[in-house]
Design a protein. Sequence first.
Length: 223
Amino acid sequence: MADKTLVLKASYAVDTCIEGPLHKSKPGPEGPDYAECFPWKENSCCTADFTIQLAKDRVESLYNLTYNHCGNLSQRCEAFVKNEECFWQCEPNLIKWHKSSGIIDRAPICGSYCDAWFLACQDDMTCVQDWLNGFNYTSSTYTCPVKNKCRTFKEIFKSGEVLCNTMWGSSFKYEASNKNCMVMNFTGPNPNTKVSPTISSANTIAQLSLLLPVIIVFKMLIL
């Protein structure tokens, strides 16, 4: 029997940002100095200063990491990589998948978006599959491991699913159904607001059994 998924509707307002050195404590609007990541300008977890640096030199002055570690990325590919950076820094709804300081776990990304990202970057080059953990960090700079050769995204990732599931560690998860999933770029109101964490139905009975004693005690107290 195919596993079903139940959507857990969040019962709280998204009024705090994930913990990170460049994140605001709470989401809110930014002013005229906001230079990138425009979909989030009216309600952002990133500051105008961050967007100015991103517009100036991508993330090189922020992390000492260059997107162009295997030659210059194409404009189409760079746009998707920048979108991911904006999404990570600016998206308030990532708090729903916040695991610990600066870490999110398997936030669902629409498969159609991941596939478009892969197509845009398939002929571009990189040296690692995991951009979060795969680079060497020496002399305060991220570089390719000595034994790693530059290869195309198509060779390394093979698909949009692998790209979204591995390029940033376990931060994101490819959602094939394109339902209850987020995107890293949009126009108009933020569609990610409607996305909620899920659990598989296989775990539902076990989780409800843990809650049952609490429900019984609560009923006894109010009778």
